[in-house]
Ligand binder design. Structure first.
Ligand code: GUN
Ligand code: FE
Length: 452
């Protein structure tokens, strides 16, 4: 007979911190968190004093036990709901121009290099490693239009062990000659990419971590017939969908001149079968009320990219209004519109943005941590799989040490678990990330400094 202990691969004992609602962070002290052989959370026991530890382990061997020290805690991994893998090449550069000029000047030339799949592998290895190291255990990636390089990104993500949606970008109009497809090649390569990921997934033993996502770059770069074909593909394969929406005023004006039949920008996607409960729309800075209502009606999610919205001078998205309408919202780094692949930085920029917009209704810590974890999981449709430490969910997590040797955070005698955690959120960085786990397995990050 199979015993409970034989189904367990790992147990953590110590402080566990996660979001249990948008209003509440739960601090579990002296917690025991059991992970099973499938990487799922099998059981959580709270307030286990040291003298009760042996009994509480229920026969699980101590070599599977990880005992956390006083300044260590385990939190759910971060969810990055919007990031461009190729743009990591110029991450930190080029924030002197607004969106459309930025695309023409920096982004499209940089993305054209991904016609070379060897370059793609080298660059993508760095993008994914940096994202993981920053604690992103699940990400919604944009690649480029190039099929072979998209496959490289899938391979790199699988080798490094991140949970991910990966999009082959579609663009067949208003794009430079060196970065454009025809409708036929765009649809054909998207189908080929989907079939490729399905095939790769059929050959692995664990539950697949990579899912293809339909990725029209934005309405400007896709003709109506291409958008409609992509809507059909999303329906046929029941895939998630991602794009950009209402990021910049010139973008909105241009879009409406291209799609006069649609009542507004959001409706352009809806009219082409691209707005549903599997859709992730990035930015949504300049949304009319009826557009937010349409997002809500279709149960689509929004990726809030505050860092990028500042850098490209796009504006400030009204997250409070989205939350009041009970729209799903998560955080996105939007590298390289955003200058960092860190969701901690996205969380900080989100607070600054909310204060700048309206001091009275700015986002508070519990809300920000929720957006970075559970909110992102909901936007990706993964709320039953990841986001917090509910029994039955998969264990995607960060082992944080607020006092590593070179920690940017100083913890003093007067600090509590709550103040230490908040310090990590606002002062910490990847130096505090001692270990990263996806689906219960520790992720080995190439190039990362060795951790304890
Ligand atoms: N809109 C269309 N493409 C892009 C992109 O690559 N980044 C951002 N921020 N907005 C876009
Ligand atoms: Fe983007």
């Amino acid at each position: 007979m199979q015993t409970f202990a034989s189904t367990i691969s790992k147990v953590f004992y110590g402080t566990l911190i996660h979001s249990i609602s948008i209003k509440e962070i739960e601090y579990i002290l002296q917690g025991l968190l059991f992970i099973d052989n499938q990487g799922k959370i099998a059981k959580i026991v709270k307030n286990v004093s040291l003298d009760k530890l042996d009994a509480a382990l229920e026969g699980v061997h101590t070599d599977k036990l990880v005992r956390l020290t006083g300044d260590q805690f385990v939190i759910p991994g971060f969810v990055d709901t919007h990031i461009h893998a190729p743009q990591y090449a110029f991450c930190g550069n080029g924030h002197d121009l607004p969106l459309l000029e930025w695309l023409d000047t920096y982004t499209f030339p940089a993305e054209s290099r991904f016609a070379d799949k060897d370059y793609a592998r080298r660059l993508y290895s760095k993008s994914v490693a940096r994202s993981l190291r920053n604690g992103t255990t699940a990400a919604c990636w944009y690649a480029t239009i190039h099929l072979e390089s998209c496959k490289e990104l899938v391979q790199v993500i699988q080798e490094q062990g991140q949970r991910a949606y990966v999009g082959k970008v579609n663009m067949n109009q208003n794009s430079p000659d060196f970065l454009v497809e025809t409708t036929e090649s765009s649809v054909r390569d998207t189908r080929a990419f989907i079939e490729y990921v399905k095939d790769v997934n059929s050959k692995i033993e664990h539950k697949p971590l990579v899912t293809p996502i339909i990725t029209p770059r934005f309405a400007i770069s896709c003709t109506s017939d291409l958008l409609a074909e992509l809507g059909k593909l999303a329906e046929e394969y029941q895939l998630p969908i991602q794009s950009h929406l209402c990021e910049n005023m010139n973008e909105i004006g241009f879009t409406m001149s291209l799609f006069p039949e649609s009542v507004n920008y959001t409706a352009v996607y809806a009219d082409h079968g691209l707005l549903n409960d599997r859709t992730v729309m990035a930015h949504c800075v300049h949304m009319k009320d009826e557009e937010l209502d349409l997002i809500k009606e279709k149960e689509a999610g929004i990726s809030h990219c505050a860092n990028s919205n500042f850098n490209l001078k796009s504006g400030i998205a009204n997250v409070r209004k989205m939350l009041n309408k009970e729209i799903k919202v998560g955080l996105g780094t939007d590298v390289a519109g955003g200058y960092t692949p860190s969701i901690l930085e996205a969380l900080r920029a989100s607070r600054t943005a909310s204060v700048a917009l309206d001091m009275e209704s700015s986002l508070v810590v519990a809300e920000l941590f929720y957006l970075a974890t559970v909110g992102g999981a909901r936007v990706m449709g993964l709320e039953d799989t990841i986001g917090n430490f509910e029994v039955g969910k998969e264990f995607d997590a960060i082992l944080v040490n607020a006092s590593t040797d070179n920690s940017p955070v100083d913890i003093h005698d007067h600090d509590t678990v709550e103040t230490s955690f908040e310090k990590y959120l606002f002062v910490g960085d990847d130096r505090n990330h001692e270990k990263i786990f996806v689906q219960g397995k520790e992720v080995r990050i190439p190039g990362a400094a060795s951790r304890k």
